[in-house]
Design a protein around this ligand. Structure first.
Ligand code: GUN
Ligand code: ZN
Length: 445
């Protein structure tokens, strides 16, 4: 018996390449079909070209809506879901007053599971199908998130936070326990289903050199894991870091000396990097996660995307919830645009969207699995309503009247005015995991 096939009709869009590298960087079928079987993409093309090959198969009709690969959030803290939007002033006050007390509760597995479930569903409601997330110092917090993600067969990257200094006693591990707990979690979860482990020293202020070395050792032992940490987010953080590591001339060197700057390492923020730090990151192939809503909310500074592009550093966009103020990567793209406006760079919407989809998948070496609709990719995709609000609707009518309702204007509207309200449906591995209440799609024979 043949495997069942599922057909989805709509405006099919995905990136073929980076808009920074070529002019021929996307595929777009205004009246397209997406063909899915066994949770994988079989093919895409125009409705006219493909429909007759599947005469017996019913079509889920999302005509007029955008079908695109699910969004990828490269830096987010799931335990901070509840403390989003707290009046925390700047980074170090905010960590001490809100973040650490909130994270203490994750020693309780039921509590961790409740928040993990909320978090994953909130990702789906916002069109995010993959994330690289921080858990807390507790092993239970990692078990909870991987378990919930496994229930949806979702591509999940996370890991236990390592912290052995300058944090509340109950949130600290030791060099030895941090390493052995991480190893145990890697053995349990890494590459089980779609789960991938991320070795997670929180940042230099909360990890001794010895702990950073142990993180690097673990990464060497399991070279297909990832590393995530924070770098150069806030001026006081940088001063504190350099006074804890007086032998280093800059912040990046703290991680370099430990051997943590590699092409599988994602560094959150990177706002105040020197040209030398940027060049060294590019040479190492390291990845930046730019988190604009967080950077504005915590007053951390304006990340310089042009500097990163010029020096050829792989850069992705991320929410950084709960320092970030929205789970929506559309909202995040809109804020990234405004941050770059203040730097004198009107970042094209194709660049920001690439940095939430195929660009992130490629940076994480997962582009053979996610981030596009090429044949054999996982069927992680979203259905986007261009006109979910009255102002989006009136803007659409205006552009239509003026003959300018083209792809770029459509996407720019999603970026500037869009959020969770624009997500009509979310699919993970071919299964629908979210459908908005206002969904009015139809099944047709
Ligand atoms: N630096 C160290 N920990 C954190 C965190 O939880 N959030 C942010 N934004 N920066 C950090
Ligand atoms: Zn963060």
């Amino acid at each position: 018996m043949n495997d069942p096939v599922y057909l989805y009709r709509g405006e099919v869009f995905y990136f073929k390449a980076s808009p920074l590298d070529t002019d021929d960087f996307y595929c777009y079928f205004p009246d397209g079909l997406l063909v899915v079987s066994q949770g994988k993409i079989i093919e895409t093309g125009t409705y006219q070209d493909i429909k007759d090959r599947y005469p017996e198969t019913s079509i889920t009709d999302y005509s007029g809506k955008l079908l695109m690969p699910g969004l990828i959030d490269s830096h987010v803290h799931y335990p901070q879901s509840e403390m989003i939007g707290m009046y925390g002033r700047q980074l170090l006050d905010w960590l001490n007053e809100y973040t650490y007390p909130t994270e203490e509760a994750f020693c309780n597995p039921e509590y961790a599971e409740r928040v993990a479930r909320f978090f994953v569903n909130e990702l789906f409601r916002n069109g995010t199908t993959t994330c690289m997330a921080y858990a807390t110092v507790h092993k239970e917090s990692v078990d909870a998130l991987f378990s919930v993600a496994s229930g949806y067969n979702m591509q999940m990257l996370t890991g236990k936070v390592l912290m052995n200094r300058n944090a509340p006693q109950v949130l600290m591990d030791t060099e030895e326990s941090g390493e052995s707990d991480s190893r145990e979690l890697i053995e349990t979860w890494h590459k089980k289903g779609r789960n991938l482990y991320v070795i997670t020293p929180r940042f230099s202020i909360t990890s001794t050199h010895g702990q950073l070395i142990s993180a690097a050792r673990l990464h060497e032992e399991y070279p297909d894991t990832y590393v995530q940490t924070h770098l150069s987010e806030n001026k006081n953080e940088i001063d504190s870091t350099l006074s804890l590591s007086p032998e280093c001339t800059d912040y990046l060197e703290v991680y370099e000396r430990a051997g943590l700057v590699t092409e599988r390492a994602v560094f959150g923020h990177c706002i105040h990097l020197s040209d030398s730090e940027c060049r060294r990151m590019a040479e190492a192939g390291a990845i930046i996660a730019h988190c604009p809503t967080s950077n504005l909310f915590l007053g951390s500074g304006l990340f310089d995307m042009q500097q990163a592009n010029r020096i050829n550093i792989r850069t992705t966009l991320a929410t950084d919830v709960g320092g970030g103020t929205s789970f929506s990567l559309f909202r995040t793209m809109g804020e990234a645009y405004k941050v770059q406006q203040l730097n004198g760079y009107s970042m094209p919407v194709f660049e920001s969207l690439y940095k939430c989809t195929r660009g992130t998948a490629k940076a994480l070496k997962l582009d053979d699995k996610i981030g596009s609709f090429e044949q054999g990719r996982e069927a992680d995709f979203i259905v986007v309503d261009y006109a979910a609000t009255p102002s989006q609707q009136i803007r659409k009518e205006y552009l239509e009247r003026n003959g300018k309702w083209d792809l770029e204007n459509k996407l720019f509207g999603i970026q500037t005015l869009g959020d969770d309200r624009n997500i009509r449906a979310t699919y993970v591995a071919g299964n629908r995991v979210y459908l908005s209440d206002s969904g009015n799609h139809q099944e047709t024979g």
